[in-house]
Design a protein around this ligand. Structure first.
Ligand code: MN
Length: 512
């Protein structure tokens, strides 16, 4: 039986919160402590599949420490190790058990903003897999307070033990991390001599750099307004914490204007030439292009600023994430007013979409596209493929047209769309189809952004006399969007199941 005396202060400094035992495998404690509209940390969910990953994150909170995490029971069991792991079997490192983290946390790097729980920079210091060296159930060994395992990481290898401390001087969540005696043991090795992230290559020093060098900062991107590339990069830096949750894990299409919005532009799906090695990409077979495309994924502020520096004005995102590319987690209704369509009409159509999806149990949100249209968005659990989601969107579209017969068109050919109507574009729902992300900038005079709205605001527009939706929507620009309230709290809302709604639609709308 191990008996070690721990000094109280050594225990109490971790992250600046009093330690507490976290029972069970729920993420309740994790979620309770974090405001996901402020922090870029993933909300995550408990995984159903079993895995045996481990990750060590270096976290510069009130005190620098290493967060040691083992995948178990669908979550990351976590310990804060103030002095970091040692490869010396004679050294016992204090490891304070902290709340379970979601598996998605294992790839999180970034800055937890000031005023938030655990504020400070985080990098992925090591990661890999582990195998149990004793017993067959990691969870049972964890509950007994004695885990022995071998790590297969990039920095940490060989056998380790995590042992819960016993005795009157130890607090309930004090454990010890100890290197086993094996060929990987190395008393001379120091964690501090290996500071770089295994994910991005950066160190905490890089992470705290004030995270950008802008090339050609004075290049005018919006000639009517004198808005420069420096202004664009500064906007994306200010809005980073709000926009990143919407971009996370989604393949992107970049709309780039190297010489400003008056010059030539192009849509880029491929990773930019000369992109730095830390930029996340996902290689996907493109059926239409008959080749592999290395899509950019923008999961952190550094990547966002890199893309802005390439004069990427608009970030278009997939409706599904890399973990479930065939099943969207947002249902998009793209409402595009034709010339002559007043603001109140596009508002009326959006409200009709809201009411119709609500009648089968789905809640929705609305934003401007940043141009002349509105996007109505329903957050989905990613369990229905695109074809099913598109069929449902089509049903809703016909229901809307039945309710507002002269105000909605499905006509694909632009010249045949009746003036003054709203084009209801179901074709935008599909694998590889993208839409302008919330808070992204549009290549129009004034540098308007795609702004999340409350439904109350759209209701108020029913009384508007404005003949020009784009003029009304242009009130949200890069000059003021970051200072406007954030009605969605950086989330599309609670993911909802499509199947029961579809079932109700089939039954209730049959004769509609
Ligand atoms: Mn931590």
């Amino acid at each position: 039986m191990l008996y070690v005396r721990a000094r109280r202060w050594d225990v109490l400094v971790v992250d600046g919160y009093p330690p507490r035992v976290m029972a069970g495998s729920t993420l309740t404690a994790y979620r309770k402590r974090r405001n996901f509209s402020r922090s870029p940390e993933p909300r995550g969910a408990r995984a159903r599949q079993a895995g045996a990953r481990f990750v060590v994150q270096l976290h510069h909170a009130s005190h620098l420490h290493y967060d040691f995490r083992l995948e178990m029971d669908g979550v990351l069991k976590s310990w804060a190790v103030p002095k970091g792991p040692s490869l010396d079997p004679a050294v016992k490192r204090l490891a304070m058990h902290v709340e379970d983290h979601p598996l998605a946390y294992g790839t999180f790097e970034g800055r937890i903003p000031e005023g938030s729980y655990g504020a400070g920079d985080v990098i992925v210091w090591d990661s890999g897999t582990y195998e149990l060296l004793e017993g067959t159930s990691g969870l049972a060994a964890y509950r007994r307070g004695s885990l022995k395992f071998a790590l297969h990481g990039k920095k940490l290898r060989g056998g380790f033990a995590l042992v819960k401390m016993k005795g009157r001087d130890s607090t309930e969540n004090a454990w010890l991390l100890i290197k086993e005696r094996d060929t990987e043991a190395d008393p001379a090795w120091r964690a501090t001599a290996h500071p770089a992230s295994v994910l991005s290559g950066r160190t905490l020093d890089d992470a705290t750099d004030p995270m950008p060098a802008v090339s050609n900062p004075e290049k005018i991107l919006f000639p009517d307004d004198g808005i420069t590339k420096r202004d664009l990069v500064a906007y994306y830096q200010r809005i980073a914490q709000r926009i990143l949750p919407y971009l996370k894990d989604r393949p992107l299409m970049l709309e780039r204007y190297p010489n400003g919005i008056g010059g030539p532009f192009f849509f880029a799906k491929d990773m930019p030439r000369g992109a730095p090695p830390w930029l996340t990409t996902v290689a996907l077979e493109s059926e239409s292009a008959k080749r592999t495309i290395n899509y950019v994924v923008c999961n952190d502020e550094r990547s966002l600023l890199y893309l802005a520096n390439l004069a990427t004005i608009t970030l278009h995102a997939w409706q599904s994430r890399v973990s479930s590319l065939d099943c969207p987690d947002v249902l998009l209704f793209d409402l595009d007013p034709m010339p002559g369509c007043p603001l109140r009409r596009v508002a009326r159509v959006a409200l009709s979409v809201r009411d119709i999806v609500a009648s089968v149990g789905l809640s929705s949100r609305v934003k401007t596209t940043g141009g002349k249209g509105l996007h109505v968005i329903v957050a989905l659990q990613p369990d229905a493929p695109y074809a099913v989601v598109r069929r449902f969107a089509g049903l809703v579209g016909h229901r809307v047209r039945d309710a507002l017969p002269d105000q909605v068109t499905f006509e694909r050919t632009i010249s045949r769309r009746p003036p003054g109507t709203v084009y209801f574009d179901v074709a935008q729902v599909g694998r590889g189809k993208t839409f302008a992300a919330p808070y992204t900038v549009r290549a129009r005079s004034g540098a308007p952004v795609s702004m999340p709205l409350t439904w109350e605001r759209v209701e108020a527009w029913l009384k508007s006399r404005s003949a020009d939706p784009a003029a009304a929507f242009a009130q949200w620009r890069i000059a003021n969007a970051a200072d406007s309230p954030d009605p969605w709290q950086s989330s599309y809302g609670k993911p909802q199941r499509l199947e029961p709604a579809f079932e109700r639609a089939r039954n209730e709308w049959r004769n509609g």
